[in-house]
Design a protein around this ligand. Structure first.
Ligand code: UTP
Length: 462
């Protein structure tokens, strides 16, 4: 105990124990356990990042990535067909594993519980987790293969997530094919680089960002597990986008044909002022360029067709080779740290809760793109594949997500010539299509004749 406190003292973090004498033996031991797990070297590195950086660093040269378009043309058409067939084969052979990241704190949504439990199904109120599960179930049915689902949590939601899956019977997926792993947490610091306390006996910890997925996969043994199952490619997606289509043959096939280590799906950004990161190269290295880093003239630049030059809006859907992740993590993966400055509720010197300006430290998955020898960037239609739940209200909220989902499904129904589904009092079409029934308009049309006669108007297609 004395040694640990001395180590903290030496690292100029001795204040972590300033309420020691007020604590019960149980609380003292809780704080000790937590402090024993803190990587003080990493905290020192984080502290150094708070110092003002050099101001005369040259701005990087940005270039847009080569995009495989949503509507292929010319030679892209047979290539897309070949890629689709390759993707189907990979899925049929069970060579694709699915990684869902759900370790975030969902602070903007302000939901009491893991974000994945948030109800989004317009008719069923199915949760985000249930939606993703349905897509994977649909993939297992379509491809007649085993689907292994790797779900990343963090200490703040791991227990509640596992309980929820158990309560829901793993949404009908075989329990031994659903695997949980927990990302690491790192201490949040104040603006002077001092570790913050969430309580007198508790260090303020935050998940280390979705970049933590790679290490956590390797350290949990699940990367090895995936490789042992013959899984070559991991399909990565985020919990907050129920339109994500993780078993997409075209994307997986393009990635495979290119011999890529890591690839991405993007949606076209149409408004230059939309505050979304875009994929592109910075001094030749592929990654995600933050909205605020892109100079205004690049942000507004348009090509001969009038499209934005930097339009590859990042939707955080990736394909990663297990071999690529293995190599990265074996050699000591070194992703850059990003700083998120926020007001946080912490225990101040007076021993009471107060709001303080603090900094959280995260690594981002897209920074691994720079390490991939080859990469595919596939543009997909936003209305088909991207409607995230980030905020409690307004854009990117549960309401906007439900609206996008129902508009999409209503479009499929309309194309069949059947009567429109009912609308609720807010004008929302009461319509939901289970992914096991159909994943797209073409499949919906094929499946419908048999079902149409049986279904009452405006309801769930399942
Ligand atoms: P966001 O960056 O939108 O964060 O995460 P969030 O936690 O959902 O919400 P805010 O910012 O606190 O409001 C995008 C995706 O990455 C996952 C989230 O669970 C979400 O699926 N994520 C984020 C992690 O798994 N771990 C992290 O450390 C951060």
């Amino acid at each position: 105990m004395t040694d640990l406190r001395q180590t903290f003292q030496d690292a100029d973090q001795g204040h972590v124990f300033r309420f020691w004498n007020d604590l019960s033996p149980a609380s003292q031991s809780k704080l000790m356990d937590q402090a024993g797990q803190v990587d003080l070297e990493l905290v020192g590195l984080h502290r150094s990042l708070l110092a003002p950086g050099e101001t005369n660093v040259e701005a990087p040269q940005f270039h847009p990535p080569e995009l495989f378009p949503a509507q292929p043309e010319g030679e892209q058409i047979p290539h897309a067909a070949k890629a689709h067939a390759r993707g189907v084969q990979l899925l049929d052979d069970g060579k694709v594993g699915f990684v869902l990241v759900a370790g975030g704190q969902g602070s903007r949504l302000g939901f009491d519980g893991p974000k994945g439990m948030y109800p989004v199904g317009p008719v069923t109120d199915a949760s985000l987790f249930a939606w993703h599960a349905a897509r994977l179930k649909a993939a297992a049915i379509r491809h007649g293969s085993k689907v292994h689902w790797y779900v990343m949590t963090s200490a703040s939601n791991d227990g509640a997530t596992r309980e929820y899956f158990a309560e829901q019977g793993h949404f009908g997926l075989p329990e031994d094919q659903v695997h949980f792993f927990c990302q690491a947490m790192v201490p949040a610091l104040d603006l002077q680089g001092r570790i913050l306390l969430a309580a007198k006996d508790e260090i303020f910890l935050a998940p280390n960002g979705h970049g933590g997925t790679l290490h956590a996969l390797a350290q949990s043994g699940l990367l090895r597990h995936a490789q042992d199952q013959g899984i070559e490619t991991l399909s990565y997606f985020q919990v907050d986008n129920p339109l994500a289509r993780p078993a997409c043959p075209l994307f997986l096939g393009l990635h495979s044909l290119a011999g890529a280590g890591m690839s991405s799906k993007v949606v076209a950004k149409t408004d230059p002022n939309e505050k979304v990161g875009v994929l592109g190269t910075a001094n030749g290295q592929l990654g995600c360029i933050e909205y605020s880093d892109l100079p205004a003239e690049s942000r507004d630049a348009r090509d001969a067709d009038g499209d934005l030059v930097f339009r590859a809006g990042n939707i955080a859907v990736h394909a990663l080779q297990t071999e690529f992740v293995d190599q990265l993590t074996r050699d000591g993966l070194d992703l850059p740290w990003h700083l998120a400055r926020k007001d946080m509720q912490v225990i101040g010197d007076s021993g009471t809760l107060e709001s303080t300006a603090g900094v959280k430290f995260e690594t981002f998955i897209f920074d691994a793109l720079a390490k991939s020898p080859a990469s595919v960037t596939l543009e997909v239609e936003r209305r088909l594949e991207f409607s995230p739940v980030k905020n409690a209200q307004g854009s990117d909220s549960p309401a906007s997500c439900r609206l996008h989902m129902t508009e999409l499904f209503a479009g499929w129904l309309q194309a069949t010539g059947l009567p429109e589904a009912q609308r609720d009092t807010q004008g929302l079409v009461l319509l939901e299509v289970d992914p096991c029934f159909a994943e797209d308009e073409v499949e919906f049309q094929k499946r419908l004749p048999a079902q149409a006669a049986k279904q009452p108007k405006g309801t769930l297609y399942k």
